[in-house]
Design a protein. Structure first.
Length: 173
């Protein structure tokens, strides 16, 4: 049974309602379950949508999960979905999922496509159909490892330290 993972705030901009809409199509074609990690104002509406779609047994809400426990969730998932509808400045969840070996499906919003270049991924339009097709595509592929060396080179500590140094210089000027 395949596991589809969502991690993030349960808010409109992050797109969890799109993923919920996509799940009906996904789970009809690929048996599995979805796990939502996060809290936010859409928890009640998402749970109501579960009942309306008849997916209560197929979806689990874990609420807040401490950061140190996240690697295990990424490693157990078959795909992580980042269904953002707003211009996501930096998709930390997408980057973490790739680092821990989980393929991603991301929308074409903000910086998400840039992160998707560095591991097994697909970039889709922020629609329920786009997300469903992207998830089904990734679930059909054999699991691949990301290019961790390239991820470290592009997003690692050295890059962060250089940015911090630059910000300090700008601030001091």
């Amino acid at each position: 049974m395949k596991t589809i993972l969502y991690v993030g705030k349960l808010s409109h901009g992050k797109g969890p309602m799109l993923l919920m809409d996509a799940l009906l199509s996904i789970l009809k074609r690929q048996p599995g379950r979805a796990v939502f990690i996060g809290e936010g104002p859409l928890l009640g509406p998402l749970q109501a949508q579960l009942w309306a779609l008849g997916l209560w047994d197929d979806v689990e809400f874990l609420g807040h999960v401490a950061h140190e426990h996240m690697p295990g969730h990424y490693q157990r998932a078959d795909v992580t979905v980042v269904p953002s509808v707003w211009q996501e400045p930096f998709g930390r969840v997408a980057l973490e999922a790739l680092w821990w070996g989980c393929p991603i499906v991301v929308t074409n919003r903000g910086g998400l496509p840039e992160i998707a270049r560095y591991g097994p991924s697909v970039v889709v339009e922020p629609t329920a159909d786009g997300i469903a097709e992207g998830v089904l595509h990734m679930l059909a592929l054999p699991r691949q490892e990301p290019d961790r060396e390239r991820l470290q080179e592009v997003f690692g500590e050295r890059v962060v330290a250089a940015h911090v140094s630059m910000y300090r210089r700008v601030r001091a000027a």
